[in-house]
Design a protein around this ligand. Structure first.
Ligand SMILES: *[C@@H]1O[C@H](CO)[C@@H](O)[C@H](O)[C@H]1NC(C)=O
Ligand SMILES: *[C@@H]1O[C@H](CO)[C@@H](O)[C@H](O)[C@H]1NC(C)=O
Ligand SMILES: *[C@@H]1O[C@H](CO)[C@@H](O)[C@H](O)[C@H]1NC(C)=O
Ligand SMILES: *[C@@H]1O[C@H](CO)[C@@H](O)[C@H](O)[C@H]1NC(C)=O
Ligand SMILES: *[C@@H]1O[C@H](CO)[C@@H](O)[C@H](O)[C@H]1NC(C)=O
Length: 461
């Protein structure tokens, strides 16, 4: 909490006498300072409040619990991200998600902190994900079995099977311990969107605000964003969404540990790991959501998974689930909406967003017809508990069936910043589906930009 240093002014008992002897200007200054102090004290955001640590029972490994999202594993080249209870695979209890160096995989041993004592070690099973796109580091699951009678709270990995001093190792808390037997209807959220990897000085504020407000109108409850870095105005917008609770910012300092690639193919783009570790964050987000969200959408911020026959995602999913009851993964077709060909005369009265960085998604109304003769990528709506491993455009390991959703039911409105192709107009379709939400969307966008103090008053027409 912010402490006002001028409070001692009140303690000085002879202050009235003192004031009398001071010149008017000093009195004014003093009063102004007091006023400022008061305002500051009242306005200090809640982030300054001390965060009480969750206090569980005292545990044998409390000395070095990792508070980081990326934790280097001692004596190896690997990075650990998080540990989740996962008993869907026979003989295993725990899945540790990590980023492993492919050319230096060695045997590992799971070491547990049980309530009150340290366990014996159990052998770990290392499962590299099949998608590595040629990069030296790959998303890797380490599967562990909890020893008998151990009520495990934390886990770490050792390079030798011998029990060791707990203080030398980074302990990961074990999450999702309540997933077993949990009913889908009781979950906190219906829809979570996982936005993997914000990086560079990305500052497309208008696109972010419009897209996040669009997600809200479609029924999304939580947007998880893995943040390596971003531009100053976008930072302000996201802080504001994060205070509100709609956005969950996960720090993702991958550049402190590796040389992350900005591309998806090692032979073309170089670097240590695919696209700032996108494959790892997508998997992490699915596990993070498993206990609390009925559905998870894996898409980028320049994409909106848009129902064309339903008013929102829940009515869409209710229909799809009725038609395809055993389906855990729904594939949604990508459709690009290039910006260049926007026709002003068709736009109607869209507001001018003077001074707000970024572009207006509402002007992307021309849809490219995809060439279905070549590979055509999808994005995913999944039930997290049906998925074990995922990639960007498809899941790698799952239970249940997959269904390709027809594009007239749901498709992606994809408004990229730059569009490589410039197809002739007769190959484009006018699609103003976004405008159906305009009357609700635009006031909400104005509100959120005002809240983050990103909108100049003269632009609110
Ligand atoms: C686990 O606990 C049960 C009951 O207290 C005991 O009989 C058993 O020997 C224990 N097993 C191990 C491996 O400690
Ligand atoms: C593991 O790494 C941490 C942090 O770098 C260090 O403090 C600790 O002593 C290391 N432990 C071992 C066993 O090397
Ligand atoms: C994103 O990460 C950068 C770098 O750590 C940080 O400066 C910024 O405040 C973060 N933004 C949010 C909204 O968390
Ligand atoms: C723009 O819209 C107007 C009126 O609807 C139409 O006459 C014109 O052909 C359109 N131009 C393009 C490039 O779509
Ligand atoms: C999406 O589809 C368009 C064609 O509609 C294609 O040109 C583009 O490369 C695709 N984008 C991605 C990221 O798959």
């Amino acid at each position: 909490m912010f402490r006002c240093p001028l409070r001692i002014g009140f303690i000085y008992t002879g202050w009235m006498e003192l004031l009398k002897h001071l010149k008017k200007t000093y009195v004014l200054l003093f009063i102004t300072a007091l006023f400022l102090c008061l305002v500051l004290t009242l306005k200090m955001p809640s982030t300054y409040k001390s965060n009480p640590k969750p206090s569980g029972p005292p545990s044998a490994c409390s000395m070095r619990i990792s508070e980081q999202t990326i934790t280097p594993l001692n004596n190896t080249k690997h990075l650990l991200v998080s540990a989740y209870m996962d008993q869907r695979v026979k003989d295993f209890d725990i899945r540790i998600i990590g980023i492993f160096r492919r050319d230096s995989i060695q045997p590992l041993h799971c070491f547990f902190c049980c309530a009150g004592y340290l366990s014996e070690t159990t052998p770990a099973t290392i499962l590299q994900h099949p998608d590595n796109f040629g990069f030296p580091f790959v998303t890797t699951d380490v599967m562990c079995q909890i020893p008998q009678n151990c009520s495990a709270t934390h886990v770490t990995l050792l390079t030798t099977p011998d029990k060791q001093s707990p203080s030398n190792h980074p302990w990961l808390p074990i999450r999702n311990k309540d997933t077993v037997g949990q009913k889908e209807e009781n979950m906190q959220f219906d829809f979570t969107i996982c936005i993997s990897n914000l990086f560079g000085d990305y500052n497309n504020v208008l696109q972010f605000a419009q897209t996040l407000e669009m997600y809200k109108l479609l029924g999304v409850n939580r947007v998880v964003i893995y943040n390596t870095s971003c531009g100053p105005e976008l930072d302000r917008l996201l802080q504001s969404y994060s205070d509100e609770g709609f956005v969950e910012m996960v720090p993702w300092p991958i550049d402190k540990h590796l040389n992350p690639s900005r591309g998806w193919l090692h032979s073309e783009h170089g670097g240590d790991v695919h696209y700032f570790g996108q494959l790892t964050t997508l998997n992490e987000c699915i596990y993070r959501s498993m206990e609390r969200s009925r559905y998870v959408l894996l898409n980028d911020i320049d994409e909106i998974l848009m129902p064309y026959q339903h008013k929102d995602l829940m009515s869409l999913m209710n229909t799809l689930r009725n038609q395809h009851p055993n389906t855990g993964v729904f594939l949604i077709e990508n459709h690009t909406y290039p910006k260049k060909l926007f026709n002003q005369s068709k736009s109607g009265p869209l507001p001018q967003w003077n001074g707000v960085p970024g572009f207006d998604i509402m002007v992307h109304i021309y849809r490219e017809e995809p060439n279905r003769n070549i590979y055509h990528p999808h994005k995913l709506i999944v039930q997290p508990r049906a998925v074990q491993q995922t990639s960007v455009h498809d899941v790698l390991k799952m239970s249940g069936a997959k269904f390709k959703v027809p594009p007239d039911v749901c498709r992606i409105i994809h408004s990229p910043i730059s569009t490589p192709t410039n197809p002739p107009l007769d190959q484009l379709h006018v699609d103003t589906r976004l405008w159906d939400f305009k009357d609700k969307l635009l006031p909400n966008v104005i509100k959120v930009l005002q809240r983050a103090e990103l909108l100049r008053s003269e632009t609110q027409n």
